[in-house]
Each structure stands twice: as C-alpha cells, then as structure tokens.
Design a protein. Sequence first.
Length: 116
Amino acid sequence: MKGKRGAPRGNQNARKHGFYSKVLDEAERLDFELATDVEGIDDEIALLRVKIKSLLERDPENIKLIMQATNTLARLLRTRYNISQEDKKGLKEAIANVLRDVALPLGIGLGTTLKK
C-alpha cells in the first residue's frame, strides 16, 4: 500500500525553504511567521509590511521605493477588504501621514512626492 505524496498536512517547510525564504533574513522570517496565519493575499500583505518596515530602517531616504511599496500595500488592502474609493483616499492619507511622521524626524524631505 502506497502512502500519500507530499508533505503531511500542516507542514511548515515552505515557510523556511519556500518562495519567500530567499528574500527574507532570519529576523524577517520570524516577523513573517508571526504576521501570517491566514490564506489568500494576507500572506502578501504581511510580507509587504515586513519589507516596508525593513526598508524604513535600512534605506529611509529611498522615498520612491517606499512610496511604491506603500501604494502597493494600499491596493492589496483595498482588494482584501473591498475598500470604497472614499476609504481609499483616507487610507492613502493615513499612509502619507505615517511616512511624514517617520521621514521628517529623520530629516528626509518628502516634498511633492506625498502630494499626489
């Protein structure tokens, strides 16, 4: 009698050796594991949050990449929660406010980048 193919149900090998493992350092892997426990795009939302946090810590002057990542996060969240157009505007403003609160104390000028 043959056994089932593949890993046993609940196996976590993919988190250690899977697709995202190549772009995460050990601390990010731990953050990622804490941030994920749900199926769907929630894993991508959690991963993007971890990478944005890392980007803000390691390269806070890379405003273009930070804005692209946060805009992507806003789109993922809108998709996940079916956020209306009005709520979308509020979400973008909230993200911009957080960036201002982080960037300005670090002496990073955001200029017109956040006025879009």
